[in-house]
Design a protein around this ligand. Structure first.
Ligand SMILES: Nc1ncnc2c1ncn2[C@@H]1O[C@H](COP(=O)(O)OP(=O)(O)OP(=O)(O)O)[C@@H](O)[C@H]1O
Ligand SMILES: O=P(O)(O)OC[C@H]1O[C@H](OP(=O)(O)OP(=O)(O)O)[C@H](O)[C@@H]1O
Ligand SMILES: O=C(O)c1cccnc1
Ligand SMILES: [Mg+2]
Length: 547
């Protein structure tokens, strides 16, 4: 499906249609009126979007949500019914001409600069810069933040799971526990962007071209009580030919295996076997069994292996198992041990490679702990912790006015971390030979840093913290994406954004990415910007009197 067809589908389903100008806080509209009354609405404003602290006790964040922001700008216009509704809820004193003016607004005079979607970003670095008429730029605040905050948080969360899991497969299984339908869809989309291999969410698969994957639930297993319930116990061999007795074959294997694996046959559950046989005859090429319903070691694994060997006799190969409770490390090792024994006993090397999927309340720490313990898991199915970002449910991106009509604006705070860096800024990423070294914010009229030229980088607030950097590569991070009412860059598809995430993580040092006590990445200002910031700070901070 083309991107345009997708968009039409999304709108017709009411998915993306909730992203519209009234998806905002009331105060944006009341401010708009007050700006208009004050004659400030045409002022040329510059707003920065940035956050102050990385999520998940980490030291990096992945920027995502840009395409959605640009699509919002494309459609930004108050409809007649929006205006009618605003007239109902706003005070009667609001002048009629204001509503006429509001109805005429578009994002055509806005310029939006942003870092590329999927880029790694750090505190205080503007991820988006919005320039244009104060009234429009202000009206965009809440919606843009809404589109960027969860997308970036989710992508960062997924990227952290990806770092923890290394090359193991990761599937997002969270729709049932997600924050409503839109949260669920966004979670599936941005999990994929952050490095997941697929999702169980079928609509996300359809809309975003994400691989969809799944096994079966305990309900399927518990729906069978005994072998007599099976209405199909035969199977046509993969190569064709006469239909054979699949159940009989499975039972013969089960008896043999019970001796090989030393499992007491009377303890093995027949309802579970019936379910496995049933699933295998429905999907002989895609047999993946949930083995923990009764007893993984004493029932599920034996039943699975018996069905897998019967499938082999019919020319098919089973895929593997899913573990959904108990000690996942231990059970995965028992399972692999069984698979290896069978592989060598019956000369079936692929049996050693059968997939072991683990699920059940898994989070980043569980994966790291499993890695430390040692395990034989190949893939994880992850829901709740991933999609709800349970460890940190919000990213604190803010939208701050930094310049109006070419004059810098500063927001002071007792908390230094909350002081804004005033004025329009350019952002450069300075690289060493392998990794990115530091980000440098400059005033727009400064000479940009260049390769192999020494540049002074200063901590924005601590005078003594300075360093000379000789970059071997310089990247100008902020790119103009929206100008003259149009998206003015070719936008990457989801796969390309995902590749960009992967690339961005590869240029970040491991100590910055590690889960426990990571090293902060340095974000600096030029000497010029340092003085500009501190002079303005002094100009705006009143001198107190002690008495
Ligand atoms: N080897 C392991 N190391 C660390 N954490 C693990 C390990 N194995 C499982 N876990 C985690 O421990 C928790 C076990 O949770 P819980 O006790 O609710 O499950 P359970 O009792 O095994 O499952 P159920 O109640 O469905 O039978 C899960 O969060 C799981 O991801
Ligand atoms: O554990 P999560 O990371 O959220 O992953 C998804 C979970 O969803 C399913 O459980 P289900 O909804 O059947 O409930 P359960 O927790 O009782 O297994 C599945 O078996 C996983 O356990
Ligand atoms: O396909 C699965 O195994 C699955 C899907 C959603 C939630 N839990 C498991
Ligand atoms: Mg569960």
């Amino acid at each position: 499906m083309s991107a345009a067809e997708n968009r039409v589908l999304m709108r017709s389903m009411g998915q993306n249609s909730i992203v519209q100008p009234l998806l905002t806080d009331l105060y944006q509209i009341t401010m708009a009126y007050a700006y208009w009354k004050a004659g400030k609405h045409h002022g040329n404003a510059v707003f920065d979007v940035y956050f102050r602290k990385n999520p998940f006790n980490g030291e990096f964040t992945i920027f995502a949500g840009l395409e959605e922001c640009l699509k919002f700008l494309e459609t930004f216009r108050y409809s007649d019914s929006d205006i009618a509704y605003l007239k109902q809820i706003l005070p009667a004193c609001i002048e009629e001409q204001f509503y006429e003016y509001l109805a005429s607004l578009t994002a055509d005079e806005i310029k939006l600069y942003a870092v590329k979607e999927g880029t790694v970003v750090f505190p205080r670095v503007p991820m988006i810069r919005v320039e244009g008429p104060l009234i429009v730029a202000q009206l965009l605040e809440t919606t843009l933040l809404n589109l960027v905050n969860f997308a970036s948080l989710m992508t960062t969360n997924a990227a952290r799971y990806r770092l923890a899991a290394g090359k193991l497969k990761l599937y997002e299984f969270g729709l049932r526990r997600a924050q409503g339908p839109d949260g669920g869809l966004s979670a599936s989309k941005y999990s994929y962007v952050g490095g997941f291999d697929g999702s169980s969410n079928v609509l996300a698969g359809k809309l975003f071209n994400i691989p969809v994957k799944g096994t079966h639930a305990h309900a399927f297993i518990t729906s069978f009580k005994c072998l007599e319930e099976l209405n199909t116990s035969t199977l046509v061999p993969k190569q064709g030919g006469t239909t054979g007795d699949f159940l009989g074959n499975t039972l013969r294997w089960r008896e043999k295996l019970s001796q090989l694996l030393n499992i007491v046959l009377s303890e093995v559950n027949n309802g579970e076997l019936a379910a496995f046989v049933s699933f295998a005859t429905a999907f002989p090429d895609g047999f993946m069994a949930l083995v923990d319903t009764y007893d993984t070691v004493r029932s599920g694994l034996l039943n699975f292996c018996a069905v897998a060997l019967a499938l082999h006799d019919f020319g098919y190969r089973a895929i593997g198992i899913r573990l959904d409770s108990g000690d996942l490390a231990y059970q995965s090792q028992v399972a692999r041990n069984y698979f290896n024994k069978i592989a060598s006993e019956y000369s079936l090397p692929y049996f050693s490679e059968l997939n072991i999927m683990a699920s059940n309340d898994i989070n980043e720490e569980t994966i790291l702990s499993l890695n430390e313990q040692g395990h034989c898991i190949n893939s994880f199915g992850i829901g709740t912790h991933l999609v709800t970002c349970q460890k940190q449910p919000a990213l604190g991106c803010v939208y701050k006015l930094v310049e109006l009509d070419d004059e810098p604006r500063i927001k002071l705070s007792h908390d230094v971390a909350k002081v804004t860096i005033p004025g329009k800024k350019n952002v450069f990423r300075l690289y060493g030979h392998q990794f990115s070294l530091i980000d440098l914010l400059q005033r727009p009229d400064e000479v940009p840093p260049t390769n192999n030229q020494k540049v002074l980088c200063r901590h924005p607030f601590q005078e003594s913290k300075r360093a000379y950097v000789i970059p071997s590569k310089v990247e100008d991070l902020l790119i103009l994406f929206w100008s003259n009412g149009k998206i003015c860059q070719k936008l990457p598809n989801l796969q390309e954004i995902r590749d960009n995430v992967h690339h961005n993580l590869s240029i970040l040092r491991n100590d910055i990415k590690r889960s426990l006590n990571p090293t902060p990445y340095k974000v600096s200002v030029s000497d010029n910007l340092y003085h500009f910031l501190h002079d303005l700070w002094l100009d705006n901070a009143p001198i107190g009197e002690l008495s």
